[in-house]
Design a binder for this molecule. Structure first.
Ligand SMILES: Nc1ncnc2c1ncn2[C@@H]1O[C@H](COP(=O)(O)OP(=O)(O)OP(=O)(O)O)[C@@H](O)[C@H]1O
Length: 294
């Protein structure tokens, strides 16, 4: 049974369609990255999956049940984007309280997570920096070893070391057959931890890709130094040329076509002095998706 199943899931706020006809399956043992720019509909989707919002149309099943059913909450770990905790309670008190609500859990679990994330559980939550508060939220999402983790922009404010530990925690959960649904607007994070990535834009899921396949498709970024009158037209006609910038003596572009065709097009109009290639940022690939769809 897939822990997340959505069919034509849709949500309008008044007449504004924030989510349109979402079809989605997240498999057991999978980390699914849900990627999109601000306002794309990520939080709306997550709140539908949690039963906090009712769909305008369509349906979702989370851990095999209607998201509005409370019983399966114990098997779910959730980190909201706007985490609200009780400012006067310490981290330890907060987590003990939340653990009790879920019927209790081994104390060792909280302590080992706190150690991994370098979280201070002795301070009042209201006195913590936002990144340190986020750690408390992450511990509360992971501490009962849920079958499904739903995390809304979880890395906000975490420093790089902690971020790595958190990525490892997600990977371990998945390796144990549990699932993670991770929303993010940074591709580099999703690329590191996710098995598949779904891209959402203006309420529509516009692509779902295996991360490995995305890497395979990855574009090169090229910088060419040339002598001669090179024009954008001469290169734009070559298949696979994107983001072309032509300057006097220099051309920059992203490219996923046949390199010899490109070099022939350059050689036809100019002399190539030097060439520098690097991997295009995955961000660029996604921006390309966004552009192509708009
Ligand atoms: N309660 C609401 N009433 C009206 N419009 C809303 C409401 N909540 C969200 N929206 C709108 O729905 C769209 C999707 O919002 P959502 O919060 O789901 O996006 P998001 O992808 O999570 O964005 P971000 O990355 O900025 O958190 C936005 O245009 C937002 O303005």
């Amino acid at each position: 049974m897939n822990p997340i199943v959505a069919r034509s899931l849709s949500k309008n706020y008044g007449r504004f369609p924030a989510l349109k006809d979402l079809d989605l399956d997240v498999a057991p043992g999978e980390v699914f990255g849900f990627l999109g720019p601000n306002g794309a509909g990520k939080s709306t989707t997550i709140r539908l999956l949690l039963g906090e919002l009712n769909p305008t149309a369509g349906s979702a099943a989370v851990l095999g049940a209607d998201p509005r059913r409370v019983e399966h909450r114990r098997r779910l770990g959730y980190l909201p984007a706007d985490l609200a905790l009780w400012p006067a309670m310490t981290g330890a008190q907060t987590l003990a309280f939340l653990a009790n609500l879920r019927g209790g859990l081994g104390r060792g679990e909280i302590e080992s997570l706190a150690e991994r994330l370098d979280a201070d559980l002795t301070k009042r939550v209201g006195e913590l920096s936002s990144g340190n508060r986020q750690k408390i939220g992450l511990i509360s999402a992971f501490m009962h070893r849920p079958d499904l983790l739903i995390l809304d922009e979880p890395s906000a404010g975490l420093d790089p070391l902690v971020q790595h530990e958190f990525w490892a925690m997600m990977r371990e959960a998945a390796d144990e057959g549990r699932s993670v649904f991770l929303s993010s607007h940074t591709l580099s994070e999703v690329e590191r931890v996710a098995d598949r990535v779904g891209i959402i834009r203006r309420g529509e899921l516009i692509a779902v890709e295996e991360v490995a396949a995305l890497r395979h498709k990855r574009m090169r970024h090229l910088e060419l130094e040339v002598d001669g009158a090179i024009t954008a037209d001469a290169l734009a006609a070559v298949d696979g040329v994107r983001d072309l910038v032509v300057m006097p003596g220099r051309v920059e572009l992203n490219f996923d076509g046949d390199m010899s065709a490109l070099l022939a097009a350059v050689a036809a109009v100019a002399t190539l002095r030097d060439i520098h290639t690097s991997e295009a940022e995955l961000e660029d690939i996604f921006l390309t998706y966004y552009r192509d769809e708009s």
